[in-house]
Design a protein around this ligand. Sequence first.
Ligand code: ADP
Length: 345
Amino acid sequence: MKFDQKVLVNKPKSYQPKKNEDEKIMAKDAKEIKTKKTAKSEEKLWWVDSKGKRIDGRGLNDLRNIKIQAGVLPNADGSCYLEWGQNKVLVSVNGPREVLPKHQANPYKAIVRYTYRMAAFSVTERKNPRPGRRETEISKVSGEALEKAIFLERFPNTAIDIFVEVLDANAGTRIACLTAAAVAVADAGIPMRDMVSGITVGRADGKWIVDLNKHEEDAPDAVDMAVAFLPNTKDVTLLQMDGEITPEDFAALMKTAAENVEKVYELQKKALKESFENKKPEMVPGMEDFMNSTPHAEHEEHGERVSLKAKDPLSFDASDYDANENTELEENPDAEHEAFDGGKE
Ligand code: ADP
């Protein structure tokens, strides 16, 4: 207290920094910030090098590594875990099941409820766990994209619930999620007219590229286009774009997307095949009924009674069949006499 008083009384002016000192400090700070900024932007100033290699070593049309695993959640009707570069997503499908609240039910077809969420730990800064506008929008468009592929009219008054969690994110999560969700729907045994396969295409630093990462999405001239197709018909079920391009460039980008989405489709099919091969019959929807309902027959082989059990359709082995076997129907010489006798004896 004494000390304070002394200072205040004896050296009042020392508490008022001189104007030019203030300016000096501000100038020093500004210089430091500028140096830091320059160093940072110099680190990131390139996106594609002179040899056409991107910052993560990929070529212009290379996708990041994709790993898809179906049937990972025993409590779900269908599920899928997908890694797309750094992106990691988990999907659970439940349904078709009773719609609650009931007023949402559609008497003509099943409704699809797609919920996209990003975990609070999925990005470097903590993400607010409360769903934001972005998540609501992605949920809506992704659900609609899947609806096109599902035979909804076969399940009136029911709901197909799709829950998608992004565990780790590095751009392109909506497409990673939609691709995984389509696999999970198929894994649930829900009849589909086609898969839904997605891809992102766009531009960074003046170069047209496939499957943009976060650094590329943040390029000053970035174009970021998320597209999802029904891969067999190439019908577009989702299309969203950031950036500005000419109609010609847009057409070229769509062509690139359609060509490269084939790689994603192949991986989806592979994942589903692997999952079904590893499934026990009781885990395949409808398989248990099929196995129980098929009567066991018997026949005689080398004088012994042999029981014939229904063959598990998933155990198809091409080597069981003779490729050269003639399977054409032989012409029946009596066919004319048998045909159309008006049902009379
Ligand atoms: P997409 O993931 O489909 O590319 P966006 O273009 O909206 O969707 O987002 C690009 C990336 O930005 C995300 O993949 C994620 O890495 C990051 N991101 C999105 N939302 C947030 C957020 N709330 N906080 C931090 N990073 C985010």
